[in-house]
Ligand binder design. Sequence first.
Ligand SMILES: [Zn+2]
Length: 323
Amino acid sequence: MENPIKASPSVVADYHALFVNRLAYTLQSPRPHPESGRHYYFRPKARGTGKELGLTAATIRRHLEGDLTMGLYAINPTTQRSKWVAIDADYAGAMEDLLKLQYFLQEDNVEAALEMSKRGGHLWIFMEKPVLARECRIYIHNLALKLGVRIRGAGLAEGIEVFPKHDELREGEFGNAIRGPLGIHRGANRRYWFYGADYDLERQIAYLDRLRKVSEEQLRTFIADKTMPPEFDRRRHSADQSVSFVHSSGQEFRILEHVGKVRNVGRNYVTQCPSCAEAGQDRSGDNLAISIEDPRKYICWAGCPKEMIRRAVGYPIRVRQSV
Ligand SMILES: [Zn+2]
């Protein structure tokens, strides 16, 4: 049996400085869901009061020592800024895409750290000081497009995912969380390391501390003449743009009958996208928007095509066949 890993107070403090954007966090369920077999993430609440818990040094220590596995949010809601960008890729060929990105980031003098994952990996870029989520997203989306690296969303079910996943958070929103690095992945029951250093906590954190950090000024020069590619600009999207589907029998499919609890956000209901959920994604349950005005219209922000959502809820879209 392995020696239990201990996280020193300085490792915990450095980890906080590198990764924590806000104190809200998620926990990965230690036991798999009885039906799906997946380890979902949830926001922990205090026993009794039901108040949401905030991260403490003890949470980080226990994550690093493998007692629990936490997920970290990408955006601080009071500043709309993030200390990092994480690029998640977990499909066939994911590693090639991440290495390509890492190589071309280097051309911009950006040192990115590659973390192993269950399938593929996560590529992390750290900032000198927190930068606007929107500006991070403009940079990475444009770079990926230039390199021909596919981005999940806008109709593509497979491709990289860029955290922060939102340009801005609205009141009360959390955005998406990503598994905190260097913890134990409950599903895989193992720890994933960064490639750049020996596999122990002290050396891994020292490596991350040593990486060159991107300044806001630098980031702004990268995106000087750029905007968010329109297909990834969430502000332009609304559920109104998706189309409803009418069965040939005339009986309409109603997505609201097939999803879990919904929340009202602006003009939409928001809930977990069934297709994302199937892939273990959308842990924060906010990828699917359903128009309140016309609940036949819905859209997944992560880009799941209608066909995949319909298949996930067990009502596949029938293709007209010639007999
Ligand atoms: Zn989806």
